[in-house]
Design a binder for this molecule. Sequence first.
Ligand SMILES: [Zn+2]
Ligand SMILES: [Zn+2]
Length: 316
Amino acid sequence: VLALSFDGDALRLARDQPEPTAGPGEAVVAVLRAGICSTDVEITRGYLGFRGTPGHEWVGRVIAAPDAPALVGTRVVGEINYACGRCTMCTAGMDRHCPTRRVCGIVGADGAFAERLCIPAAQLHRVPDDVPDRAAVFVEPLAAAFAVLEQVPDVAGRRAIILGDGKLGILVAQVLRAAGADVLLSGRHARKLDVARSLGVTVGTPLAGADLVVDASGSPDGLATAVALARPRGIVVMKTTVAAEHRLDLAPAVVNEVSLVGSRCGRFAPAIAALAAGRVAVEPLIDAEYPLADGLAAFERARTRGVLKVLLAVSR
Ligand SMILES: [Zn+2]
Ligand SMILES: [Zn+2]
């Protein structure tokens, strides 16, 4: 089968990958569409030392599931953290923090930039019929946006600032707004800010004193800016993972007693529900769609400044 593969040196198109077979508890999925994420671009620069097929944002159709035959033929998305299910983190419901987890297309497991994906069947969620493939492919990044509500549950009526006009920033802005927060998004790219505005998100220059600041800037300076914008005893949610180490003066966070909350993946269920109910719009975030065979060109496009989501159309 056809797949994109990273060998530690370059991303290549591999035409002769073996057809995967489902082991115990696993399912094989025919990938329909997949989304290229900033993490995938980082992987092709050596992030986490990953080797193999990247891709963790996808929608597909189950073609084999020996232990869960009812899934065959259904359209699904898949949670990306494959946890052990037995350790203290897993039994406490924190499977996304399982220390021995594999992560789809990121750590120890091949991902979705391929015609076939092999995945533990327990990771799968059915996609409602009224959610098209081009929206379902956003379930994973939208779940990451919903993680903010899991960690800061009470946002209604609060003043929230989102730093960053990228895909995640725009998704977080929509999620917080739908939860009743008073949201302002701040960014530097005219085209991306236009997209945010077209979705009804207020954009502008933020003033200090916010109850909640989400740093989705992707920039090493974002965190210091976020701390400066938070009110005393406010909350800063850190959504930026920057590969480069950076120095940060934490005194303002101490003096203002600001809570710093790290935030990564979220649960899929609220993201699927929000797409089905139309509470979050994702179509305007799509920049372009390429066939998998043109995957290298798709990555080139995804690396271009000012570009939002690039999709791969894998099969139908
Ligand atoms: Zn991602
Ligand atoms: Zn575990």
